[in-house]
Design a protein around this ligand. Structure first.
Ligand SMILES: [Zn+2]
Length: 342
């Protein structure tokens, strides 16, 4: 069963002129409706988490600040992160979408997808940033650990930006393996996510960054992910899998310089299905409406049809892999040799 978690309430976090607006969710939902897929999905509403759930990740001060800032009318929290008058409640609901999707996967769903906003992966324990107020995935993960006793989690994040918040929250945690493929941080927000950021203390080796140069294409992504994902996942042996879904690496996206096509997203979903039969998907970024709608449709079709093979989405003919991509793989292989065998 494929479940979708969504709420019309997300429209209450809104700033029309900002790229992170409700139009993003509308275009995703409308395209599912137009393709006749929406009524084939098991649709749920998010839950509203209580403060205790949010405190599993965030500081009391952060939550207090968000609440008082939005209660007094909102505005810009930093140069690119806004809050409108209802944003605190809606950010909580976005975290509740991630919790709901996680619980559905623990229950009867093979896949559950939280289509929520604002996104979460840049939010740290005590700071809103990068359009994110509360770290939705981190709250859900810690909730699943506390409420259901799940021990080992794997997060694969393919948003164009490094999920610095998620990485930081689990940086010392050997039971959460965070794998992020993103645009080279020397060229994009948040300026972090280098190969040598491998985690620390007992978490060393459990933060795996794959920084890709601007101009990287689907063929580069597939080359490097095939060499890393399967071996690392099979050695780590997670109990629970998150796919952190960002469509902003699409070539039509205005916020990154990556050149992924529509086929990368179904390829990633297909490939992950070879690794695990159940996945919780959490929406992060994606700002080209056409690009994200097409990519999302293809990705959901893959989740609905187990007979599809990832080879169908690989670039046709002799695909070109840049020498730089091969070099990045070698560097990751060397850096992670004490922890994983590739
Ligand atoms: Zn992003």
């Amino acid at each position: 069963m494929i479940s979708l978690v969504n709420s019309p309430e997300y429209a209450k976090h809104q700033l029309e002129t900002h790229p992170e607006n409700q139009g993003r969710l509308e275009v995703l939902i409308d395209s599912l409706q137009n393709e006749g897929l929406l009524n084939k999905l098991d649709v749920h509403q998010p839950i509203l988490p209580n403060e205790e759930d949010l405190l599993l990740v965030h500081t009391k001060e952060h939550l207090k600040h968000l609440k008082s800032f939005t209660d007094s009318g909102g505005g810009y929290l930093d140069y690119d992160t806004y809050a409108s008058p209802h944003s605190y409640e809606i950010a909580k609901l976005a975290a509740g979408g991630a919790i709901k999707a996680s619980e559905l996967v623990l229950g009867q769903s093979d896949f559950a997808y939280s289509l929520a906003r604002p996104p979460g992966h840049h939010a740290t324990t005590d700071r809103a940033m990068g359009f994110c107020l509360i770290n939705n995935l981190a709250v859900a993960l810690k909730y699943m650990r506390k409420k259901h006793g799940i021990k080992k989690f794997l997060i694969f994040d393919f948003d164009a930006h490094y999920g610095n918040g998620t990485a930081e929250i689990f940086y010392h945690d050997p039971h959460v393996l965070y794998i992020s493929i993103h645009q080279d941080p020397r060229t994009i927000f948040p300026g972090k996510g280098f190969i040598e950021e491998i985690g620390s203390g007992s978490g060393e080796g459990f933060n795996l960054n794959i920084p890709m140069p601007p101009g990287s294409r689907t063929s580069d992504y597939i080359y490097i992910l095939k060499k890393i994902l399967e071996p690392v996942c099979s050695q780590f042996k997670a109990d629970f899998y998150y796919l952190d879904v960002g469509f902003d690496g699409h070539h039509e996206d205005p916020l990154s310089s990556l050149l992924l096509d529509d086929d990368f997203y179904p390829w990633a979903a297909c490939y992950m299905q070879k690794i695990t039969p159940t996945i919780t998907l959490i929406l992060e970024g994606g700002y080209s409406h056409r690009g994200m709608a097409q990519s999302n449709l293809k990705m959901i079709k893959v989740l609905m049809d187990k007979n599809l093979n990832e080879k169908e989405f690989q670039p046709h003919g002799k695909s070109i892999v840049k020498d730089e991509t091969k070099k990045i793989f070698k560097e990751i292989q060397n850096t992670f040799s004490p922890f994983f065998i590739f």
